[in-house]
Ligand binder design. Structure first.
Ligand code: ARG
Length: 267
């Protein structure tokens, strides 16, 4: 089984609880342990698929969600390379138009082609982007990809929206329903402080200095959105929502030409 699937169940409970308590939940410490609903994504809220029709999830043949993605064209989905590397395309389903995993809403498309960025090795070295070709044209609208001209959409401090069905706490369970969170883009200097592998050309970071809000395991491949454009793809990070450890996203503008070529390719 691949790393990303195991990651959802990775142990980190006590540390995660402590970093959350240190963050936004200081006054409701141990809310999760007391049985209160866990904070979605991490520190987010429920989102409507109708408001974000281009967000999709990737599932295996049994229907188990393992990553997110973004509709970039009617029959193309943008996701993280690490989500699809090592998977059999034939066993991956793209689920579009389904807010709750327990519903049968929307469509399940099959994957007929996979493009992984040729320079991709692992999430720590960048190029964590892939484009899937589907067996059908989806009715949902697609999300434009940020271009190198969209510099204003990458300014540190800009609030970005991240969406997904991933874990709602570090080491916790994935969400049944679509969640979203708002996180500020981090400066290159601050991200480099947190991550030695940070490459400002390949990546962009987002998160509050005090942590508390983040994407998490299972959100990978999903969208980070600013100004109605895809500025990032959930890629990696040290734990989830930890203070001083923002989430790392693929900087889509840097790969826009390659992505765009794939979105218009017929295969
Ligand atoms: N690699 C994870 C996945 O495959 C996503 C991790 C995102 N981490 C973060 N702290 N934002 O689902």
């Amino acid at each position: 089984m691949s790393d990303k699937k195991l990651g959802v169940r990775a142990a980190a409970g006590t540390l995660a609880a402590m970093s959350l308590v240190g963050g936004l939940l200081a006054t409701t410490a141990n809310a999760t342990e007391q049985g209160t609903a866990a904070p979605p994504i991490v520190g987010g809220q429920a989102a409507r698929i109708a408001d974000h029709p281009w967000v999709v999830y990737l599932a295996d043949e049994q229907g188990n969600q393992f990553c997110g993605g973004t509709i970039g064209a009617a029959n193309k989905v943008i996701t993280a390379a690490h989500c699809i590397q090592g998977e059999q395309p034939a066993s991956v389903r793209v689920v579009a138009g389904r807010e709750s995993k327990s519903s049968t809403d929307g469509v399940e498309a099959k994957v007929t082609g996979v493009w992984v960025h040729p320079k991709y090795q692992d999430a720590n070295t960048g190029s964590d982007v892939a484009v899937l070709t589907l067996d059908q044209q989806l009715p949902q609208t697609s999300l434009p990809v940020a271009t190198p001209a969209d510099t204003a959409s990458y300014e540190p401090g800009r609030m970005a929206t991240v969406l997904g069905w991933g874990a709602t706490s570090e080491g916790g369970d994935a969400s049944e329903t679509l969640q979203k969170a708002e996180v500020p883009l981090t400066s290159d200097a601050d991200c480099k402080k947190a991550y030695d592998q940070y490459d400002p050309q390949a990546m962009v970071c987002a998160g509050f200095p005090q942590g508390g809000v983040d994407s998490c395991q299972g959100d990978s491949g999903g969208p980070l959105v600013v100004d109605g454009k895809l500025v990032g793809i959930v890629s990696t990070g040290n734990g989830c929502a930890r203070p001083g450890n923002p989430g790392i996203y693929t900087r889509t503008a840097s790969y826009q030409a390659d992505i765009q070529a794939q979105l218009t390719a017929q295969h």
